[in-house]
Write a protein that binds this ligand. Sequence first.
Ligand code: SF4
Length: 306
Amino acid sequence: MEAGHAAKNICLQVVALDLGTVVIGAFHDNEAKWIMTMTDRDRRCMAYQSEGNNIISRPTSGAICLPRGKKGAALYRLMRTLGGSFSAALGIRLSSASPRDTSKWLLASILFGARISEVVVIHTYREFEKTRVLSPKEILKTGWYGLVEILDRGGYVRYDFKTATKLLEVSSALLERYGGDLNNLHAEASDQKDLEERIQALGKGIGDVTVNIFLREMRGIWQKSRPLPSELVIRAARNIGIIPADLKERKKILGILKKKWADAGMKQRDFPDFEAALIRLGKDYCRKAACGRCPLREDCTDGGQA
Ligand code: SF4
């Protein structure tokens, strides 16, 4: 009973730190005592609990290509530990640019747009998947209360009301203006800037961050999708020495990132995987000053001080 309570508290703390944990309740008692060097006859091991980096947020579908050779050593470490696009992690196949998959990706981008952990977003998206509420029509049919319920089941409680309202507004604008197909929005946009403005105009709560998340993984799929790197990407790239510390111009930064990627023998088609890895590094480590557990610590030019 007490061990169960203690394990529950550890689980809560581990989730708050965005880590993962496993509770093990069945094992050979004597071997467990021996490993734990427990000599006291009256004491017993009731449960084991391991903690570490959360692997749920790692991509679950689609192969990640890894850079090879000396030039790509830091990129190799970055991609091996944090690489893979966010859409692939959710099993969304963006390469087909089908109306259903692009709608799914917009829904996921809206979820990712809030200051919330990737794990919670993945859980929440899975709830939308389970209930088959993924298209603008399905979202409208579900209604505000239904959406709040789905969001709460996924753990998206802090932003549930706001997000439900936003999803309804975006879905109805998408249906009215573009027949529910984001490809029509892209076709009508005159250039990158217009594309960004049209996505933002779908709903009041669609900000720069959400637009950047959405378009970043549409790069190479939609011809007009050429977003500049976000602050998190720049911060992470700077810290591991991929871009010069004093370079500010985002267009130039994008050029350097693309060149580094190509120099490591990587295809431009996979560039969103690289950006996603930098986002994870910036968001989950640099921004939290989590240098102690950072997988790129040995490559850090900032001396691991965040
Ligand atoms: S060691 Fe710290 S500053 Fe350097 S990349 Fe990692 S988290 Fe960022």
